[in-house]
Design a protein around this ligand. Sequence first.
Ligand SMILES: [Zn+2]
Ligand SMILES: [Zn+2]
Length: 438
Amino acid sequence: MKKILVIDEDPVFRNTLNRLLSERGWEVSEAEDGSKGLEMVVQHQPRVVVCGMRTPGCNGYQLTQFIQGHRELVPATQVVVTTAASHSRDRETALEAGANAVLIKPIIAAELFKILDGLTRTESDKPAGEPGPEAHVAHKTKVRFWGVRGSLPTPGAGTVFYGGNTSCVEVRAEGQIIILDAGSGIRSLGVQLASEFKNKSLELTLLLTHTHWDHIHGFPFFAPAYDPKNVVRVLSYEGARRGLEATLSIQMESPYFPISLQQMPGNITIQELKGLSFKIGSVKVEAMFVNHPGVCVGYRLFTSCGSVAYLPDNELSRRRTNPGASELGRSVSEMPQPSQREDQKLIEFIKGAEVAIMDSQYDENEYASHVGWGHSCADDAVAVAVQARVKNFFLFHHDPSHNDDKISRMLAKAKEVAAPLGGATRVEAAREGLEIEF
Ligand SMILES: [Zn+2]
Ligand SMILES: [Zn+2]
């Protein structure tokens, strides 16, 4: 039975909701004040909590913030905040804190049921004999490239084969749809999801490695975020002084974009991650801070079929020139400490991955004039992947100045580098539309 907790100081309101929801098959519990309610949320892990915006003890805003900031304690509970129509700012404030929905009092039963249906509909709720589109991938992990380019989208005749869209990779595993970065590739992914799932609601998790443009500029064009029946969770680390949500909001502010992030009709929650290990459903995720300007991470997703490592922006240390040493023409490869320790950490992070998608923006000559820019030489990335016994390695974050021919030559060179190192790593260059299933 689905559990729901109603937190409100008004006993008549709690009673009414209890009756309405019990009739619909919910297991309802009640709390008259916020602090007691918060305890019950952690203890009982309800599917949904309905909390008044001005409930004493811990109000709806504080409760939402706590839940969104402590997903390790409350991984799946969704929050509906209630408020009076006269408090017009409450709605915005609650959604900003990460509430999944806001209900205006007096509550209309049909509206409440509609919201709850949207928030809780999953595969298991569908009538038997009506398998959802995701059913066929339930026991496999599927990785699909929607954008493989770094820095800037580069459409045109020269990039038709590998594709010109910026970073976006879709992973489907354990019934979850996880999107890695929101570069311009996410637009086509959104179109595909909308046509595949039609009138079914979607629960999506978008994991951002960092907030450089090429990893977020597709989000305003992501169709599922405009559909009120969908839930989109955006997770990342605080990449800027103003925080993750503000950073994502700014690119949609007037005069840059006509619709603000807050106006997007989907149920969008934005959560700053704290720890380096967390779960999305039953997919365990580990993160690692990497060498790239600002705050940037790589992720590794562990599924029951194997793992996917994604490090789109990272400058490996082995070739980096030490500023003091550059005058002498010595590279870091001649100075084993401490840079190789950094690479070693990364090797441990990706060790044995089924799939590793890694920054390979430059060739050997280009790298020499881009030291410290935060991107790697493809030859180094492949060497690290072979050393880590990765099964399938993909050159990724292709430079905007590289056409298909250039990327194919870099791929051939990467294969040459890999061969004498031994091992069984399959080396490929990521390209739009390419799909791997394992
Ligand atoms: Zn990038
Ligand atoms: Zn970047």
